[in-house]
Structure formats: structure tokens, C-alpha cells
Design a protein. Structure first.
Length: 300
């Protein structure tokens, strides 16, 4: 594992670091806009004196923190694979490059000693999972990974109530950030109630400290909704979602291709408006991740 010197130094001095995933860049956002987005995400952190650690596998080596040319490759090279935890050893042994999912980013970040990770939306339980067993490895991996993940809930392409049930079963702590409703990514609320709401980043840091004190090694999930004024128009959302889900069914798309397909289709069907909202969601989660990492480092 190669930890960028900037990241290693910040960690050793207990300065704030936030991990960022790369599948959102390679498979979640369209080229070439994704490269600008990846750079913008890092800039949001730097402006707040937080060190960004974008994570990916480059030529078989897991990188914690990417330089400009590695970031460009992950964004623009179409042969970059989507790599979850089980794929990591294969990518490493065969010298492949890969973009890391929430699961593999969390896994590598925690191994490097990073405590906070911001993403857009988490993977979860897919609709029809009772038939297909399609549940993202993000959930079971987070259940045994000591990291705080900031996410705008999960996308409405998933089965949100089932995802919340699995989060409960897996004993992943879920905190609504200034809300008591679980967000559904493009929309501020899924209508699902949460048990716990936190008012600020310092409270999240307190939960992390208590988690450590208990010797628990599961994740804390911070569910951070977009403000209502920034959400996607619910009518536009509902009709694009219905059509994209119908196409997945009709064309028999399955497995790890489902999420990237739906994300790309929904961008087309909303004439790009879901993309703008998607970028704002990621930025919003990165800002909150910066606050949490700063609050965490103040306790050390
Ligand atoms: N959800 C999004 N955008 C994404 C992903 C999920 O809104 O880019 C990516 C993340 O990297 C997540 C992965 O970890 O998809 C989950 O894929 P799967 O469902 O195949 O586990
Ligand atoms: Mn899956």
C-alpha cells in the first residue's frame, strides 16, 4: 500500500484527513466532467485545511492519496475496473488498475489509519434482492470497518427500507446529520425515520470516541441530506427512476453493472439535472466530512 507523503504526515501529526472513493469518479460520473469533479472534491478539503486521500489501485498497488496524473488516469482510462474488497488481491497480483468502491475505499482507508470518509451515496440492498441476493458488499464490509462514512443515504434505485433493516442487523451506527429522516440521495428525505439525529460534527466525533472506547470495530454512517432547495424535482426524479428500473428488468442487467447503468441512464433521462444534483451531494458530504475530521483531530 502506498500512502502519499502528505497523507502520512498529516496522520502522524493527528491533522484532519478525509478519504474519498474513486468508483464515483470512474463509474458514477460521466467523462470528462468526472475529472473536474475529482479535482473539485479535493479542493473543497484543501480549502478547509483538510488533507484529501483519494483511494484507488494504480498498476496493482493500492494508493492512499493520488497525484495529479494518477487522478487523471482513474477518471479518463476506460479500462479501469470497479474494485470491491474481494477484487483487491486480484488487482494487486495482476498489476491492474482499479477504482475503489465504498467497501474497498473504507477497507484501505481504515488500514491506513484514516477515520473519516466522504462519498455520494452508499451501496445497499437492490430492489428484488429477495430473488437476486443483490446486496452491496458496502454493507457487510462497513459492519467490520472502523470508519465514519458521510453519505446522502442511499439512492432510490435501491430498496431503502430493506437497506435500513440490513444496517440495523449489521449493527452499523446510523446518525441523521441535523435530520431525523433518512435521505434518498437526490431527494432530501426517503420518508424513513431514523432513531438518532446529531446537531454537529463535534457530536459525531464524540460518537466515534465512544465507539472506540467500546472496542467496536463497525462503521458510523452519517446520513447527510441535501437542503430541500437543492434536491432534484421529485416528479422528474420519480419518472426517470421508473423508466430506468424498467430498462434494467427488460435488458436483464445484473450484478455490479446495475448501479453504473442506472446512474448513467438517470443522468440522460433527467437531461443532466440529476448530475448537477449528484455533484452537489458529493460536495455537501465532503464539507461535512471536513468538519468531522477537524472535530476528530481536535480531540487528539
Ligand atoms: N452509489 C452511488 N454512486 C456510486 C456508487 C454507489 O450513488 O458511484 C458506487 C460506490 O462506489 C459504491 C458502489 O460503493 O457503487 C456499490 O456498487 P455495488 O452495488 O455493485 O456494490
Ligand atoms: Mn451488487
Amino acid at each position: 500500500m502506498k500512502i502519499a507523503s502528505e497523507v502520512a504526515e498529516a496522520l502522524s501529526q493527528h491533522r484532519p484527513v478525509v478519504a474519498l472513493e474513486s468508483t464515483i469518479i470512474s463509474h458514477g460520473l460521466p467523462r470528462p466532467r468526472n475529472l473536474d469533479a475529482a479535482r473539485d472534491f479535493e479542493a473543497i478539503l484543501r480549502e478547509r485545511d483538510v488533507v484529501p486521500a483519494t483511494i484507488a489501485v494504480v498498476d496493482g498497488e493500492p494508493h492512499i492519496g493520488l497525484d495529479a496524473s494518477a487522478l487523471e488516469r482513474i477518471a479518463l482510462d476506460e479500462s479501469v475496473a470497479k474494485v470491491s474488497v474481494r477484487d483487491l488481491p486480484v488487482a494487486m497480483a495482476t498489476g491492474r488498475s482499479g477504482a475503489t468502491t465504498v467497501a474497498s475505499t473504507a477497507y484501505l482507508a481504515a488500514k491506513a489509519g484514516i477515520r473519516v470518509f466522504s462519498t455520494g451515496g452508499l451501496g445497499g440492498v437492490h430492489r428484488g434482492a429477495e430473488r437476486t441476493f443483490d446486496e452491496s458488499a458496502d454493507l457487510p464490509v462497513l459492519a467490520r470497518t472502523p470508519i465514519t462514512v458521510v453519505s446522502a443515504g442511499v439512492k432510490s434505485i435501491l430498496d431503502i427500507p430493506a437497506t435500513l433493516e440490513r444496517l440495523e442487523t449489521l449493527s452499523i451506527t446510523v446518525l441523521g446529520y441535523r435530520t431525523d429522516e433518512f435521505p434518498s440521495f437526490w431527494l432530501t428525505s426517503s420518508g424513513e425515520q431514523l432513531d438518532w439525529s446529531v446537531p454537529d460534527a463535534a457530536t459525531v466525533a464524540g460518537v466515534m470516541a465512544a465507539n472506540d472506547e467500546l472496542g467496536r470495530d463497525g462503521a458510523v454512517l452519517v446520513a447527510n441530506p441535501l437542503p430541500l432547495a437543492d434536491q432534484l424535482d421529485p416528479q422528474v426524479h420519480d419518472s426517470a427512476l421508473a423508466q430506468a428500473l424498467g430498462e434494467v428488468e427488460r435488458d436483464g442487467i445484473s450484478g455490479k453493472d446495475v448501479s453504473p447503468y442506472l446512474l448513467a441512464r438517470i443522468v440522460e433521462l433527467t437531461q443532466g439535472s440529476s448530475l448537477e444534483v449528484n455533484l452537489e451531494i458529493a460536495a455537501n458530504n465532503i464539507r461535512v466530512g471536513a468538519q468531522i475530521a477537524t472535530a476528530w483531530s481536535a480531540r487528539r
